[in-house]
Design a protein around this ligand. Structure first.
Ligand SMILES: Cc1cc2nc3c(=O)[nH]c(=O)nc-3n(C[C@H](O)[C@H](O)[C@H](O)COP(=O)(O)OP(=O)(O)OC[C@H]3O[C@@H](n4cnc5c(N)ncnc54)[C@H](O)[C@@H]3O)c2cc1C
Length: 419
């Protein structure tokens, strides 16, 4: 008698689902790995996402070709800046990477297919059912509004809390080569944006404000085109005349309001129910002000496939043990980041009250730099030094050298396991 072919089904072709497919194929977890994504190929919500060297290190250990492709598709943003209205900017230093979601998903899908996974875009509900039916493990990588999580709600016990702020994820051709936190005072309260470059001629601009400000400015009812013009005017001093765009998949019909939403903070009592396991945003979210949701989703996928490697998928107890170990490992990684994200969210919430009265933007910059975790006192002096152009350039050069050294170390460490 021939053994039954083993199958892993990933619902959702985001970072979590696609990276799980890569890991599962690499580790030979199952004979068949299928990803079902409801959107057509090349279509995605949102614009660019940030990440840091830690992700490249982890991907390099997991699958060097994926790390190389991501590094090639990414751009570096150099330093961070705080700008309150049109007052003098405060420079915060630091650096990181960003990549367009389109590019990220395309490189992950290509690699998954190269390794023998099936990636089905434009999947109908019937396609999803077909993939899930009889699968040995079903990975719910279907994002923040996960249907699978809802379906298994009783066991998983989701806790979803909506923020009191509204945000909209926009793109712009303006190159925000420095990660920009900009606050603009309006008659109805503060509106702020996070701007960062993610391609040669593309930046992400996430605009956020309190619900009362959003309604007070009429952004809740004004047609999307007028909303974009309003935001372009508010941030004109940063955009240099460049437009703001809504992602093609989120464009509303003519005359309808722009797609502002509330951030959803997701937690679950359990991450798996039988052979269904949550990964990425379906399992947890962290506020975008700390830019780590994609890194966490990819990290979940890497841990999950590592835990499933070598497991007899025919044995319920072995699968249960692997999924429990995955959940414990990833909860430990998630916990401090979720605490940072909560601190960051609280900082932005509290800020709206006190911003106007603060004459000292340097102190505000210091507070922004410490919004997620405490910083040693010497960093205050570093922040002050960073305001001097020559010292800022020096700090930027040091960051560049640090990135290069890290890349070399990665290459050296990985030279033994190249594939
Ligand atoms: C404004 C904003 C800015 C962000 N910036 C950053 C950042 O700078 N850095 C960072 O690391 N993270 C960032 N994030 C978070 C990041 O986008 C998410 O954490 C990440 O995309 C999660 O990956 P995922 O695969 O779990 O889910 P998703 O990327 O949401 O993918 C889920 C996929 O599942 C598909 N799907 C859903 N239901 C079904 C179904 N029934 N059948 C088939 N397919 C289905 C969806 O179409 C989607 O493609 C940001 C998020 C927001 C909202």
């Amino acid at each position: 008698m021939t053994a039954r072919r083993r199958r892993i089904a990933c619902v959702g072709g985001g970072p979590a689902g696609l990276c799980t497919a890569i890991g599962a194929r690499r580790a030979g977890v199952a004979d068949e790995v299928v990803v079902v994504e409801r959107d057509p190929a090349g279509v995605t919500h949102g614009w660019g996402v940030t990440f840091w060297d830690e992700l490249l290190d982890a991907l390099h250990r997991h699958d060097p070709p994926t790390e190389r492709a991501l590094r090639a598709a990414a751009v570096v943003w150099d330093g961070q800046v705080l700008q309150v209205d049109r007052r003098a900017p405060v420079f915060l230093g630091g650096s990181g990477y960003a990549v367009g979601r389109h590019a990220l998903l395309a490189l992950l899908a290509d690699r998954a297919r190269e390794l023998g996974a099936e990636v089905r875009f434009d999947a109908t509900a019937a396609d999803v059912e077909d993939a899930v039916d009889g699968a040995d493990v079903v990975v719910a990588g279907d994002g923040v509004a996960s249907g699978l999580r809802r379906h298994h709600a009783e066991r998983l016990g989701a806790d979803v809390r909506e923020s009191g702020h509204r945000y909209i994820w926009l793109g712009s051709p303006h190159p925000f080569t420095t990660f920009t936190f900009a606050f603009v005072g309006t008659s109805a309260g503060w509106v702020w944006c996070y701007g960062y470059v993610f391609g040669s001629d593309r930046s992400t601009v996430v605009v956020e404000c309190a619900e009362a400000t959003w309604r007070g400015l009429g952004l809740d009812t004004m047609p999307a085109a007028e909303c974009l013009l309003t935001l372009e005017r508010l941030f004109a001093h940063l955009l240099d005349g460049a437009p703001l765009w809504i992602a093609p998949t989120r464009r509303p019909p003519d005359g309808a309001p722009a797609p502002w939403v509330r951030f959803r903070r997701v937690d679950n009592r359990r991450w798996h129910d039988g052979r269904v396991v949550l990964a990425g945003d379906a399992a947890h979210t962290t506020h975008f002000s700390i830019g780590s949701g994609t890194t966490l989703a990819l990290g979940d996928a890497m841990a999950l496939t590592r835990r499933l490697a070598g497991v007899d998928l025919g044995c319920d107890a072995s699968v249960e043990r692997a999924l429990a170990a995955y959940e414990a490992e990833r909860r430990a990684v998630l916990r401090p980041l979720q605490a940072e994200a909560d601190r960051s969210t609280a900082w932005f919430t509290g800020l709206t009250d006190g911003l106007g009265g603060r004459p000292d933007d340097l102190a505000l910059g210091w507070s922004l730099a410490r919004r997620c975790h405490d910083e040693p006192a010497w960093r205050w002096y570093l922040l002050r030094a960073t305001q001097v152009p020559a010292l800022r350039a020096l700090r930027s050069s040091a960051e560049s050298v640090r990135r290069q050294v890290r890349a070399q170390r990665r290459e050296l460490a990985g030279s033994g396991r190249r594939s």
